[in-house]
Design a binder for this molecule. Structure first.
Ligand SMILES: NC(=O)C1=CN([C@@H]2O[C@H](COP(=O)(O)OP(=O)(O)OC[C@H]3O[C@@H](n4cnc5c(N)ncnc54)[C@H](OP(=O)(O)O)[C@@H]3O)[C@@H](O)[C@H]2O)C=CC1
Ligand SMILES: O=CCCC(=O)O
Length: 291
């Protein structure tokens, strides 16, 4: 199967590499074109523009940073829209809001193309090992055509109905995750400041009802001030902001998420946006120094 792939950041690089290693022919494009070189060394072809990739491939996947990037790659000059047509499918796996996804759907389908949104749960390592959870919605026939690729990329795919539902599910999940990361950071800080060993807290948490892979995976690195980015903090803050907007639209009070968003904004203002989202822990250390 031949697929196009637009966006070779942390996730896109790992996902397209995984497709290549599993026998797919892949044509890649990235805004910073030099990032295509490593994929080419593993057998990928390059498209010089998104339009060129769409022209070559029946199905093209995108994994881009945010709503502005997702819209730009479709609508701007040399973008997806210039070449999309009947018989071609476009799958956006970026995390965006439902409105952005609906706009892209309208643009693609107005040219006769098929559209599926398919954001993912899971980070850099699950992307490398094909263990993502795929939250698809939109064109069911395109979903079925993409299953061979989804089976490589993920451990489970959900089809959630109409366009927007995948985006909503992803935002709800990441809203919970961002709030948990803040509670975890506060817990580690409280343990330390009240005279406990935070490593003991990690052990206690791991044996109880709130044990989870995020605490287990990120906790030891956080205690070493290691925030090597798997999920960049700027993207987590973007997801909190988009989830809060979804809460506004649906009149859902979300004081916990709102407080977490403020903490991520503070971390961004401290220059931590490109670090892993667990670097929100650093915002609490600032309080210590200033007290
Ligand atoms: N990292 C993670 O753990 C996860 C991330 N996600 C989501 O996946 C998406 C990608 O994340 P990730 O790979 O971590 O992000 P990165 O920041 O590593 O990569 C972002 C990608 O978007 C491209 N890009 C940014 N702005 C534009 C633009 N205006 N036009 C064209 N391309 C643009 C970048 O190109 P360039 O190289 O030129 O900058 C790069 O390819 C995000 O929506 C994120 O929320 C979802 C699940 C997990
Ligand atoms: O959007 C990023 C999600 C990261 C994760 O699920 O670990």
């Amino acid at each position: 199967m031949e697929v196009g792939f637009l966006g070779l950041g942390i996730m896109g690089k790992a996902m397209s590499m995984n497709l290549l290693k599993n026998g797919f022919k892949v044509t890649v494009w990235n805004r910073t074109l030099s990032k295509c070189n490593e994929l080419v060394a593993h057998g990928a072809s390059i498209g010089k523009t998104p339009a060129e990739v769409i022209n070559k491939c029946t199905i093209t996947i995108a994994m881009l940073s945010d709503p502005a990037a997702a819209l730009s790659v479709v609508l701007d000059k040399d973008g997806v829209l210039e070449q999309i047509c009947g018989g071609k499918g476009y799958i956006d796996m970026s995390t965006v809001d439902p409105e952005t996804s609906c706009k892209i759907n309208e643009a693609i389908t107005s040219k006769g193309g098929r559209f599926l949104e398919a954001p993912v749960s899971g980070s850099k390592q699950p992307a490398e090992t094909g263990q993502l959870v795929i939250l698809a919605a939109g064109d069911k026939a395109l979903y079925e055509a993409a299953i061979p690729a989804f089976d490589i990329l993920g451990k489970k795919s959900f089809f959630l109905g109409q366009v927007g539902n995948g985006a909503k599910m992803k935002l709800v999940v990441n809203m919970i995750m961002g709030s948990m990361m803040n509670a975890f950071s506060e817990g580690l800080t409280l343990a330390d400041r009240s005279g406990l060993n935070p490593h003991d807290l990690l052990d206690v948490l791991d044996l109880g009802a709130i044990a989870n892979p995020m605490f287990k995976g990120k906790g030891p690195a956080m205690l070493q001030n290691n925030y090597s980015p798997a999920f960049p903090l700027k993207h987590q803050q973007k997801d909190m902001r988009l989830a809060l907007a979804l809460g506004d639209e649906n009149s859902v009070p979300m004081p916990v998420a709102a407080a977490s968003n403020e903490a991520f904004k503070k971390a961004r203002s401290m220059g931590l946006g490109d670090m892993d989202f667990s670097a929100v822990f650093e915002t609490l250390k600032v309080l210590k120094h200033s007290s």
